[in-house]
Design a protein around this ligand. Structure first.
Ligand code: ZN
Length: 444
């Protein structure tokens, strides 16, 4: 495989704009953990990549959970005494408590207030609230809207349904040269929120498109599933294949300018952890590496002790730590094409490392081979970065005793992974190195 497969496509295109446009297209849809919003979203993704869409019936037992009734919403409003829609679902889908039960009645201001959610600290923002497993009705509004409500009789109307139906998720599978898999996953259950969920969905869609165009050793599986219950459902139905997953990444909140933040898998030093740490730490000064904790996104399920998969979490700003998190301010102005493109590059660089992280054996281990005699100094001398590559060759030859991967050598030497890969190919050609194994450590 040409070593630049992942690299060349990284720089070649203005992919940030395309990722952003997909997020823009998906933004208005009212999603939840089930229902037509999820189907619509998956159908739009399907225009870009071939997605297998799975439906799992309400009531299906998935480990300790049960697939819930399907929720759909058609309209909702609060009208004042004059009949004016003062809160209107059609203006913003965050206005309805997600998974709200249907309601149609007249209420006093006092009663209404028991069903309203606001953010006093950010009086212009609408909060995002859900009630999946508790039968409630409610509205979310700006604190300013709340403060303007006068004593009146209000008509509340939520036209929603909870029926036996399905939980829907999408799966993209791309065969590689080996059966070992890399799992990438994004949650698709949030309504109009840009960074928290749309950035991840859109990024993974375009990553899938790119993977189709380049040679890759691993088989890739990309999941677009509702948070928690979606990942649990997928795991319950795919227990027989999880042993193929060698590396994995949950992607969320990747369109803002913060971070990057990488949260390690439960294993802590899995190859994905080391590859991501390597890439993220070189990305910028504000990079953050966090240890695993059993709170967050769907890495919670993948890293539950019964699976303990090597799955980490990539974000820019950490969820819950940016003020716009789970509010109407997490809109399309909070994410940018540039940040999305950067985040895609982080993921691609990590995949590039995983794809090429071989262990080599020095075929001339007794003292240094005479490089000049083989024309290797001359070859390198003609190029820029000559010293780097000479040093890289010495490191490669010295540490290639069968116990160090390229990433081990990159970490220990401080030399760029791609430079080491490049000189490894050169040394291989000159019969000074050979790959220890075609498959990485731990492969079946
Ligand atoms: Zn969220």
């Amino acid at each position: 495989m040409p070593v630049s497969d992942f690299d060349s496509s990284i720089k070649a295109e203005n992919i940030g704009g395309e990722i952003y446009r997909l997020a823009e297209e998906l933004y208005p849809i009212c999603r939840s953990i089930t229902g037509n919003g999820v189907r619509k979203t998956l159908n739009i993704i399907s225009k870009h990549i071939s997605l297998e869409i799975k439906e799992v019936a309400t009531g299906t037992q998935v480990f300790d959970w049960t697939v819930p009734r399907e929720w759909n919403i058609y309209d909702a409003f609060i009208k004042n005494g004059k009949g004016e829609r003062i809160i209107d679902f059609n203006r913003h889908n965050l206005h309805v408590l997600n998974y709200s039960i249907p309601i149609h009645k007249k209420v006093t201001l006092e009663e209404l207030k028991n069903h309203l959610y606001t953010l006093p600290d950010h009086p212009d923002w609408i909060p995002y609230r859900t009630s999946y497993y508790d039968d409630k009705w409610g509205f979310c509004l700006t604190h300013n809207q709340l403060e303007n409500l006068e004593e009146d009789t209000y008509e509340v109307y939520i036209d929603s349904s909870h029926n036996d139906g399905y939980l829907t998720y999408g799966e993209f599978c791309l065969k590689g040269e080996i059966e070992d898999e890399i799992l990438l996953s994004a949650h698709i259950c949030h309504p109009s929120l840009a960074n928290d969920n749309l950035s991840g969905i859109a990024l993974l869609t375009f990553l899938a498109k790119l993977l189709q165009k380049i040679r890759h050793r691993y088989t890739y599986r990309i999941l677009f599933a509702p948070g928690t219950i979606g990942a649990i459902t997928w795991l319950a139905h795919n227990e027989n294949i999880v042993n193929k997953i060698k590396h994995g990444l949950v992607i969320s909140c990747v369109g803002d300018s913060g971070g990057p933040t990488y949260k390690r898998s439960r294993i802590g030093n899995a190859d994905i952890d080391r590859a991501m740490e390597y890439v993220v730490n070189r990305f910028n000064q504000q990079a953050v590496i966090e240890d695993f904790s059993p709170y967050g996104y769907d890495e919670r399920q993948y890293c539950s002790p019964g699976f303990n998969l090597p799955v980490g979490l990539l974000q820019r700003s950490k969820y819950g730590k940016f003020p716009q998190y789970h509010t109407s301010a997490d809109d399309l102005s909070f994410i940018t094409p540039e940040n999305l493109a950067e985040s895609l590059n982080i993921v691609k660089q990590a995949l590039y490392i995983l794809e090429h992280n071989e262990t080599y054996i020095n075929l001339n281990p007794k003292c240094e081979p005479q490089l000049g005699r083989r024309g290797l100094y001359k070859t390198i001398g003609a190029n820029q970065g000559r010293d780097d590559r000479q040093t890289a060759m010495l490191w490669m030859l010295n540490l290639s005793d069968g116990t160090n991967t390229l990433l081990d050598i990159a970490e220990r030497s401080g030399i760029d992974f791609s430079t080491l890969l490049e000189v490894a190919a050169l040394l291989e050609k000159n019969l000074l190195l050979r790959k220890q194994d075609l498959l990485p450590k731990g492969s079946s």
